[in-house]
Design a protein around this ligand. Sequence first.
Ligand code: ADP
Ligand code: MG
Length: 326
Amino acid sequence: MMREKLETLGEFGLIRRIQQQVGTAEHLLRGIGDDCAIQRQSEELELLTSTDLLIEGIHFDRRWTDLEQLGRKAVAVNVSDVAAMGGIPQSLFLGLACAVDMSGEELQVFTAGVIAETEKYDVTLAGGDTCRSPGPLMISVTIQGVAPAGQAICRQGACVGDAIYVSGTLGDSALALQLLQQGEPVSEFLALRHHLPSARVAFGRQLAERQLATAMLDVSDGLLADLAHLLEAEQLGAEITLGCLPLSEEFRRACAEQPQLLELAMTGGEDYELLFTSSQQNLIENLHFDLPVTKIGNIVAESGIRVLREDQTQYHCERGGFDHFS
Ligand code: ADP
Ligand code: MG
Protein backbone atom coordinates (compact mmCIF):
# COMPACT_ATOMS: atom_id res chain seq x y z
CA MET A 1 0.00 0.00 0.00
CA MET A 2 1.21 3.52 -0.83
CA ARG A 3 2.07 5.53 2.25
CA GLU A 4 0.27 8.87 2.18
CA LYS A 5 2.59 11.82 2.71
CA LEU A 6 1.56 14.45 5.26
CA GLU A 7 3.03 17.10 2.94
CA THR A 8 0.40 16.27 0.31
CA LEU A 9 -2.43 16.48 2.80
CA GLY A 10 -1.16 19.74 4.28
CA GLU A 11 -2.01 21.11 7.73
CA PHE A 12 -5.59 21.96 6.82
CA GLY A 13 -6.23 18.71 4.92
CA LEU A 14 -5.11 16.86 8.05
CA ILE A 15 -7.39 18.90 10.28
CA ARG A 16 -10.31 18.35 7.88
CA ARG A 17 -9.70 14.63 8.02
CA ILE A 18 -9.72 14.64 11.82
CA GLN A 19 -12.88 16.73 11.69
CA GLN A 20 -14.57 14.10 9.48
CA GLN A 21 -13.79 11.40 12.05
CA VAL A 22 -15.55 13.33 14.83
CA GLY A 23 -19.26 13.23 15.59
CA THR A 24 -21.39 16.01 17.03
CA ALA A 25 -22.35 16.59 20.65
CA GLU A 26 -25.34 18.45 21.99
CA HIS A 27 -23.36 20.54 24.48
CA LEU A 28 -20.89 21.64 21.80
CA LEU A 29 -22.16 24.65 19.84
CA ARG A 30 -19.00 24.77 17.71
CA GLY A 31 -16.20 22.23 17.56
CA ILE A 32 -13.20 21.91 15.24
CA GLY A 33 -12.79 24.72 12.73
CA ASP A 34 -12.88 27.97 14.67
CA ASP A 35 -10.41 29.89 16.82
CA CYS A 36 -12.09 28.42 19.90
CA ALA A 37 -14.55 25.63 20.50
CA ILE A 38 -17.83 26.91 21.97
CA GLN A 39 -19.58 24.94 24.67
CA ARG A 40 -22.86 25.84 26.34
CA GLN A 41 -22.11 26.71 29.98
CA SER A 42 -25.39 28.14 31.27
CA GLU A 43 -28.39 30.06 29.95
CA GLU A 44 -26.27 33.22 29.93
CA LEU A 45 -22.74 32.05 29.16
CA GLU A 46 -20.76 30.09 26.63
CA LEU A 47 -17.38 28.53 27.38
CA LEU A 48 -14.60 29.19 24.83
CA THR A 49 -11.55 26.89 24.67
CA SER A 50 -8.47 26.90 22.47
CA THR A 51 -5.12 25.14 22.58
CA ASP A 52 -1.75 25.94 20.95
CA LEU A 53 1.51 24.08 20.65
CA LEU A 54 4.86 25.89 20.47
CA ILE A 55 7.90 23.83 19.57
CA GLU A 56 11.51 24.94 19.68
CA GLY A 57 13.02 24.99 16.20
CA ILE A 58 9.58 25.50 14.61
CA HIS A 59 7.82 28.28 16.49
CA PHE A 60 10.81 29.84 18.19
CA ASP A 61 14.58 29.74 18.25
CA ARG A 62 16.22 30.03 21.66
CA ARG A 63 19.30 31.61 20.03
CA TRP A 64 17.43 34.90 19.65
CA THR A 65 14.53 34.46 22.03
CA ASP A 66 14.52 35.73 25.58
CA LEU A 67 12.84 33.10 27.78
CA GLU A 68 10.79 35.63 29.70
CA GLN A 69 9.44 37.02 26.43
CA LEU A 70 8.79 33.48 25.19
CA GLY A 71 6.66 32.80 28.27
CA ARG A 72 4.75 35.99 27.60
CA LYS A 73 4.26 35.21 23.93
CA ALA A 74 3.00 31.68 24.62
CA VAL A 75 0.21 33.21 26.70
CA ALA A 76 -0.57 36.10 24.34
CA VAL A 77 -0.95 33.93 21.21
CA ASN A 78 -3.32 31.61 23.07
CA VAL A 79 -5.36 34.47 24.58
CA SER A 80 -5.54 35.89 21.05
CA ASP A 81 -7.84 33.00 20.03
CA VAL A 82 -10.35 34.06 22.71
CA ALA A 83 -10.00 37.68 21.55
CA ALA A 84 -10.73 36.41 18.02
CA MET A 85 -14.18 35.27 19.19
CA GLY A 86 -14.83 38.49 21.12
CA GLY A 87 -14.61 36.56 24.41
CA ILE A 88 -13.28 37.17 27.92
CA PRO A 89 -10.22 34.99 28.71
CA GLN A 90 -10.20 33.40 32.19
CA SER A 91 -8.05 30.30 32.87
CA LEU A 92 -4.82 29.10 31.30
CA PHE A 93 -3.28 25.61 31.40
CA LEU A 94 0.42 25.17 30.69
CA GLY A 95 1.99 21.95 29.40
CA LEU A 96 5.80 21.91 29.46
CA ALA A 97 8.27 19.45 27.98
CA CYS A 98 11.53 20.92 29.29
CA ALA A 99 14.52 20.88 26.95
CA VAL A 100 17.40 18.63 28.06
CA ASP A 101 19.82 21.56 28.35
CA MET A 102 17.57 23.89 30.35
CA SER A 103 18.39 24.84 33.94
CA GLY A 104 15.98 25.41 36.81
CA GLU A 105 16.79 29.13 36.68
CA GLU A 106 15.96 29.30 32.97
CA LEU A 107 12.67 27.58 33.54
CA GLN A 108 11.84 30.03 36.30
CA VAL A 109 12.52 32.96 33.96
CA PHE A 110 10.18 31.38 31.42
CA THR A 111 7.36 30.81 33.92
CA ALA A 112 7.81 34.34 35.30
CA GLY A 113 7.03 35.53 31.76
CA VAL A 114 3.98 33.27 31.64
CA ILE A 115 2.66 34.60 34.95
CA ALA A 116 3.33 38.25 34.08
CA GLU A 117 1.38 37.90 30.84
CA THR A 118 -1.55 36.08 32.48
CA GLU A 119 -1.78 39.00 34.92
CA LYS A 120 -1.82 41.45 32.01
CA TYR A 121 -4.96 39.77 30.62
CA ASP A 122 -6.49 39.06 34.03
CA VAL A 123 -6.15 35.34 33.37
CA THR A 124 -5.25 32.71 36.01
CA LEU A 125 -2.78 29.88 35.46
CA ALA A 126 -5.05 27.07 36.58
CA GLY A 127 -3.08 23.91 35.81
CA GLY A 128 -0.85 22.11 33.35
CA ASP A 129 1.56 19.24 33.01
CA THR A 130 5.36 19.05 33.24
CA CYS A 131 7.77 16.53 31.84
CA ARG A 132 11.20 16.21 30.28
CA SER A 133 11.63 16.44 26.53
CA PRO A 134 14.05 14.14 24.67
CA GLY A 135 15.30 17.27 22.87
CA PRO A 136 13.66 20.64 22.21
CA LEU A 137 11.53 22.74 24.53
CA MET A 138 7.84 22.16 23.82
CA ILE A 139 5.08 24.32 25.21
CA SER A 140 1.38 23.59 25.13
CA VAL A 141 -1.03 26.30 26.21
CA THR A 142 -4.78 25.99 26.61
CA ILE A 143 -7.03 28.94 27.30
CA GLN A 144 -10.58 28.96 28.58
CA GLY A 145 -12.77 32.01 28.40
CA VAL A 146 -16.42 32.96 28.27
CA ALA A 147 -18.78 35.02 26.16
CA PRO A 148 -22.37 36.04 26.88
CA ALA A 149 -24.60 33.54 25.03
CA GLY A 150 -24.91 34.34 21.34
CA GLN A 151 -22.14 36.98 21.32
CA ALA A 152 -19.13 34.93 20.17
CA ILE A 153 -18.00 35.88 16.67
CA CYS A 154 -17.20 32.87 14.48
CA ARG A 155 -15.18 32.44 11.28
CA GLN A 156 -18.45 31.65 9.56
CA GLY A 157 -20.90 34.49 8.91
CA ALA A 158 -19.47 36.84 6.26
CA CYS A 159 -21.88 38.01 3.52
CA VAL A 160 -21.44 39.48 0.04
CA GLY A 161 -21.06 43.25 0.38
CA ASP A 162 -19.52 43.12 3.88
CA ALA A 163 -16.47 45.31 4.35
CA ILE A 164 -13.25 43.61 5.49
CA TYR A 165 -11.31 45.22 8.33
CA VAL A 166 -8.10 44.53 10.19
CA SER A 167 -6.79 45.97 13.46
CA GLY A 168 -3.26 47.35 13.95
CA THR A 169 -0.60 46.86 11.28
CA LEU A 170 0.44 43.84 9.22
CA GLY A 171 3.80 42.25 8.45
CA ASP A 172 5.93 43.65 11.29
CA SER A 173 6.41 40.30 13.02
CA ALA A 174 7.32 38.48 9.79
CA LEU A 175 9.77 41.24 8.86
CA ALA A 176 11.44 41.01 12.28
CA LEU A 177 11.72 37.23 11.95
CA GLN A 178 13.25 37.51 8.48
CA LEU A 179 15.88 39.98 9.76
CA LEU A 180 16.65 37.75 12.77
CA GLN A 181 17.04 34.69 10.56
CA GLN A 182 19.39 36.61 8.27
CA GLY A 183 21.42 37.82 11.24
CA GLU A 184 20.59 41.45 10.47
CA PRO A 185 19.87 44.11 13.10
CA VAL A 186 16.23 44.49 14.15
CA SER A 187 14.81 47.71 15.58
CA GLU A 188 13.21 47.57 19.01
CA PHE A 189 9.76 48.25 17.54
CA LEU A 190 9.91 45.32 15.11
CA ALA A 191 11.49 42.98 17.68
CA LEU A 192 8.65 43.71 20.10
CA ARG A 193 6.02 43.11 17.42
CA HIS A 194 7.56 39.67 16.91
CA HIS A 195 8.44 38.65 20.46
CA LEU A 196 5.62 40.34 22.38
CA PRO A 197 2.42 40.36 20.32
CA SER A 198 -0.69 41.78 21.96
CA ALA A 199 -3.93 39.85 22.10
CA ARG A 200 -6.66 42.31 21.08
CA VAL A 201 -9.05 41.30 23.85
CA ALA A 202 -10.67 44.68 24.57
CA PHE A 203 -11.20 45.38 20.89
CA GLY A 204 -12.71 41.93 20.28
CA ARG A 205 -15.08 42.51 23.22
CA GLN A 206 -16.19 45.86 21.77
CA LEU A 207 -17.06 44.21 18.45
CA ALA A 208 -18.93 41.35 20.14
CA GLU A 209 -20.90 43.50 22.59
CA ARG A 210 -22.09 45.81 19.83
CA GLN A 211 -22.54 42.94 17.35
CA LEU A 212 -20.47 44.82 14.79
CA ALA A 213 -18.76 41.87 13.09
CA THR A 214 -20.33 39.16 10.93
CA ALA A 215 -17.19 36.97 11.07
CA MET A 216 -13.77 37.21 12.71
CA LEU A 217 -10.46 35.45 13.34
CA ASP A 218 -6.97 36.41 14.43
CA VAL A 219 -4.19 36.66 11.85
CA SER A 220 -1.68 33.97 12.80
CA ASP A 221 -0.81 32.34 9.46
CA GLY A 222 -0.77 35.50 7.29
CA LEU A 223 -3.55 37.79 6.06
CA LEU A 224 -4.38 35.91 2.84
CA ALA A 225 -4.30 32.44 4.43
CA ASP A 226 -6.48 33.53 7.32
CA LEU A 227 -8.86 35.49 5.08
CA ALA A 228 -9.23 32.25 3.08
CA HIS A 229 -10.52 30.58 6.27
CA LEU A 230 -13.27 33.21 6.57
CA LEU A 231 -14.18 32.78 2.91
CA GLU A 232 -14.16 28.99 2.80
CA ALA A 233 -16.65 28.96 5.66
CA GLU A 234 -19.15 30.61 3.28
CA GLN A 235 -17.66 29.82 -0.18
CA LEU A 236 -17.25 33.50 -0.93
CA GLY A 237 -14.50 35.66 -2.40
CA ALA A 238 -12.75 38.89 -1.46
CA GLU A 239 -11.24 41.93 -3.12
CA ILE A 240 -8.39 43.50 -1.21
CA THR A 241 -6.99 46.95 -2.03
CA LEU A 242 -3.20 46.72 -1.88
CA GLY A 243 -2.84 50.42 -1.09
CA CYS A 244 -5.13 50.11 1.95
CA LEU A 245 -3.10 47.53 3.87
CA PRO A 246 -2.16 49.06 7.26
CA LEU A 247 1.63 49.21 7.49
CA SER A 248 3.83 50.60 10.25
CA GLU A 249 6.36 53.36 9.56
CA GLU A 250 9.19 50.86 10.04
CA PHE A 251 7.61 48.39 7.64
CA ARG A 252 7.08 51.10 5.01
CA ARG A 253 10.70 52.19 5.31
CA ALA A 254 11.90 48.61 4.73
CA CYS A 255 9.55 48.29 1.69
CA ALA A 256 10.92 51.51 0.21
CA GLU A 257 14.33 49.83 0.08
CA GLN A 258 13.10 46.33 -0.86
CA PRO A 259 9.63 46.48 -2.48
CA GLN A 260 9.22 42.68 -2.44
CA LEU A 261 8.95 42.85 1.37
CA LEU A 262 5.38 44.12 0.88
CA GLU A 263 4.37 40.46 0.46
CA LEU A 264 5.12 39.90 4.14
CA ALA A 265 2.10 42.07 5.00
CA MET A 266 -0.10 39.53 3.18
CA THR A 267 1.64 36.23 3.72
CA GLY A 268 3.80 36.69 6.84
CA GLY A 269 2.43 35.12 10.00
CA GLU A 270 2.13 36.02 13.66
CA ASP A 271 0.53 39.44 13.43
CA TYR A 272 -2.18 38.43 15.95
CA GLU A 273 -4.35 41.29 14.73
CA LEU A 274 -8.09 40.77 14.36
CA LEU A 275 -9.44 40.33 10.85
CA PHE A 276 -13.21 40.74 10.59
CA THR A 277 -16.08 41.45 8.24
CA SER A 278 -18.90 43.86 8.91
CA SER A 279 -22.11 45.05 7.29
CA GLN A 280 -22.11 48.17 9.50
CA GLN A 281 -19.46 50.26 7.81
CA ASN A 282 -20.90 53.61 8.94
CA LEU A 283 -20.95 52.58 12.58
CA ILE A 284 -17.42 51.20 12.55
CA GLU A 285 -15.98 54.24 10.86
CA ASN A 286 -17.60 56.58 13.39
CA LEU A 287 -16.67 54.68 16.53
CA HIS A 288 -13.54 55.32 18.54
CA PHE A 289 -11.28 52.33 19.12
CA ASP A 290 -8.02 52.21 21.08
CA LEU A 291 -6.13 50.90 18.08
CA PRO A 292 -6.19 51.61 14.35
CA VAL A 293 -8.91 49.75 12.43
CA THR A 294 -8.54 49.75 8.65
CA LYS A 295 -10.90 48.77 5.89
CA ILE A 296 -8.87 46.70 3.43
CA GLY A 297 -11.52 45.37 1.04
CA ASN A 298 -14.90 43.78 0.47
CA ILE A 299 -16.53 40.37 0.38
CA VAL A 300 -17.68 39.41 -3.14
CA ALA A 301 -19.67 36.48 -4.55
CA GLU A 302 -16.97 35.24 -6.94
CA SER A 303 -14.71 32.87 -5.00
CA GLY A 304 -10.98 33.50 -4.54
CA ILE A 305 -9.01 36.46 -3.21
CA ARG A 306 -8.02 39.24 -5.58
CA VAL A 307 -5.47 41.80 -4.40
CA LEU A 308 -5.87 44.93 -6.51
CA ARG A 309 -3.39 47.73 -7.21
CA GLU A 310 -4.51 51.34 -7.57
CA ASP A 311 -4.98 50.90 -11.36
CA GLN A 312 -7.24 47.86 -10.62
CA THR A 313 -4.70 45.36 -12.01
CA GLN A 314 -4.25 42.24 -9.93
CA TYR A 315 -1.22 41.73 -7.70
CA HIS A 316 0.02 38.14 -7.42
CA CYS A 317 1.84 36.96 -4.31
CA GLU A 318 4.77 34.60 -4.71
CA ARG A 319 4.54 33.11 -1.22
CA GLY A 320 1.64 31.28 0.36
CA GLY A 321 0.61 31.44 4.01
CA PHE A 322 2.17 29.25 6.65
CA ASP A 323 1.42 25.51 6.53
CA HIS A 324 3.30 23.23 8.95
CA PHE A 325 3.52 20.40 6.44
CA SER A 326 4.29 22.09 3.09
P1 ADP B 1 -5.55 28.80 15.13
O1 ADP B 1 -4.55 29.24 14.07
O2 ADP B 1 -6.63 29.79 15.38
O3 ADP B 1 -4.90 28.31 16.41
P2 ADP B 1 -5.65 26.37 13.65
O4 ADP B 1 -5.55 26.80 12.24
O5 ADP B 1 -4.44 25.88 14.35
O6 ADP B 1 -6.32 27.54 14.50
O7 ADP B 1 -6.74 25.24 13.78
C1 ADP B 1 -7.95 25.30 13.05
C2 ADP B 1 -9.00 24.47 13.78
O8 ADP B 1 -8.64 23.11 13.79
C3 ADP B 1 -9.21 24.84 15.23
O9 ADP B 1 -10.59 24.76 15.51
C4 ADP B 1 -8.45 23.79 15.99
O10 ADP B 1 -8.98 23.56 17.27
C5 ADP B 1 -8.64 22.57 15.11
N1 ADP B 1 -7.54 21.57 15.21
C6 ADP B 1 -6.24 21.73 14.86
N2 ADP B 1 -5.53 20.62 15.09
C7 ADP B 1 -6.39 19.70 15.61
C8 ADP B 1 -6.27 18.36 16.07
N3 ADP B 1 -5.10 17.72 16.05
N4 ADP B 1 -7.38 17.75 16.57
C9 ADP B 1 -8.57 18.41 16.61
N5 ADP B 1 -8.76 19.67 16.18
C10 ADP B 1 -7.69 20.32 15.69
MG1 MG C 1 -6.70 31.81 15.73
